[in-house]
Design a protein around this ligand. Structure first.
Ligand code: DX5
Ligand code: ZN
Length: 222
């Protein structure tokens, strides 16, 4: 079964970069559970975002867990830097190479929660051999690299399949979805078995962050 309450993790990528500290404080006040940080290198994905120095600065402004999504290749040389900068969760793509099992072990050795990210075209077969090392599985519901893309409904049966795998494993693993999540697509993800939702545009593009977060969590009119 999904872990009880649905986690909402606003993605900083959609925030106003001229006032990041204030944006993070605002989403914490608005009820965010985690802060999702998208790290892009212009090589693994065709966009460049920010690195550990931004995390280190923001770490002073919030107690929210930092959910760090590494879209970089290779990832291993940077794991310690992100851990030291304040990451709580470090998530890698298996395609970052050269060896996801080693990367996940390295994240655990740094004392951080480890996650595996599955692109829309990445086979779910990657999960089973690594499941013992996972605290989080993140399903991309867009191609990674940019915010504001349309949610891919083709990912819903994959979320449901991963929910079955997690339940069979008996482990405490969060099932997170990232890309095009808003008040309309969030219920589909939750219905399929997700229990953590990333949302960039739907939160930071809204005039009322608290209302946007509640709408995604499904508690807007509770
Ligand atoms: C895309 C990133 C996402 C992105 C989501 O590569 O991994 O976290 O910020 O943005 P929205 O919610 O706007 O699709
Ligand atoms: Zn992300």
């Amino acid at each position: 079964m999904p872990q009880s309450s649905v986690i909402v993790a606003p993605s900083l990528l959609a925030a106003d970069f001229s006032k990041l500290g204030d944006e993070v404080a605002a989403i914490e006040r608005a009820g965010a559970d985690w802060l999702h940080l998208d790290i892009m290198d212009g090589h693994f994905v065709p966009n460049i975002s920010f690195g550990p120095s931004i995390l280190k600065s923001l770490r002073k402004r919030t107690a929210l867990p930092f959910d760090v999504h590494l879209m970089i290749a290779p990832a291993d040389p940077y794991l310690a830097a992100f851990a030291e900068a304040g990451a709580d969760h470090i998530l890698i793509h298996p395609e970052s190479g050269p060896h996801p099992h080693r990367s996940l072990q390295a994240i655990a050795a740094l004392g951080k929660k480890a996650g595996l990210v599955l692109n829309p075209g990445t086979p779910l077969a990657h999960v089973a051999p690594l499941i013992d090392l996972l605290d989080i599985i993140l399903v991309m519901s867009v191609n990674p690299g940019f915010g504001g893309q349309k949610f891919l409904r083709t990912q819903l049966p994959r979320i449901a399949e991963l929910r079955r795998l997690i339940d069979e494993s008996g482990q405490q693993i969060r099932l997170e979805v990232d890309g095009g999540v808003d008040a309309h697509t969030a219920p589909l993800c939750i219905e399929a078995g997700a229990d953590a939702l990333v949302a960039g545009t739907a939160v930071f593009g809204s005039a009322d962050y608290a209302a946007a977060i509640a709408a995604i969590r499904g508690t807007a009119h509770a």
